[in-house]
Ligand binder design. Structure first.
Ligand SMILES: C[S@@+](CC[C@H](N)C(=O)[O-])C[C@H]1O[C@@H](n2cnc3c(N)ncnc32)[C@H](O)[C@@H]1O
Length: 200
């Protein structure tokens, strides 16, 4: 953390996220709440031309991601080790080509629903940051959180839900990389729900 994080930290003051990377990138994709970072690192390996910005305030998760960045020699990941919303508000309109929110905390009690990442205020910010046709990928193992989020995204109106059949929300997209939390959910018998949207 002491040696590696300063050089890899996504600085909100930079503004343009493509300026956070040492080499030119084809696009910027973001993951909010990357946990231990397996998905983020896996996508970064798969897409070396993309600049990835991962947001996660959980220190052990950031440390786990830094270890993967070092072990795999990844140059296309920048890390925001705080509440993602503090970074989002500093970024310019339409700067992202994809956003992942995977297994974010479901906050099951009704009185805590306003803590969910997919509240209307954050959805509007996601819509501002994603370019037309950019993807917003959401997954959860909590069925009520899935329908709650779907309802809010559709009501918000800036996204098109791409599902054409039940398989589209029951089965992971082809290029999926299983997250740590997803593996635990499956092992405990909880079926994930995959909601894929495109920015109108
Ligand atoms: C249940 S974990 C899932 C982690 C990972 N995506 C996975 O599937 O294994 C949710 C993560 O979201 C992070 N998180 C919650 N609120 C956040 C926020 N406002 N900004 C960034 N990360 C956040 C938490 O610290 C936690 O690590």
């Amino acid at each position: 953390m002491r040696d590696r994080l300063p050089g890899l930290r996504a600085d909100p003051a930079v503004g343009d996220p493509s300026a956070m990377f040492p080499e030119p990138v084809d696009d910027i994709w973001m993951e909010i709440g990357f946990g231990a970072g397996e998905h983020l690192a896996g996508q970064a390996v798969r897409h070396p031309g993309i600049g990835f910005v991962g947001c996660e305030p959980f220190v052990n998760g950031v440390a786990a991601l830094l270890a993967q960045i070092e072990d795999m020699g990844l140059r296309n990941i920048r890390v925001f080790d705080d509440d993602a919303r503090l970074l989002l508000s500093e970024l310019p309109d339409a700067c992202l080509g994809r956003l992942y929110v995977l297994y974010s905390d479901p906050w099951p009690k009704v009185r805590h629903h306003n803590r969910r990442l997919t509240v209307a205020e954050n959805l509007s910010e996601f819509a501002r940051l994603l370019r037309p046709d950019a993807e917003f990928r959401f997954a959860t193992d909590h069925p009520e959180f899935a329908s709650w989020t779907l309802e809010r995204v559709l009501r918000q109106g800036d996204f098109h839900w791409t599902a054409a059949s039940p398989a589209d929300w029951r089965e992971a997209p082809d290029d999926w990389i299983e997250t740590r939390y997803e593996g635990k959910a499956r092992a405990d018998g909880r079926a994930p729900v995959y909601l894929n949207f495109r920015r109108r």
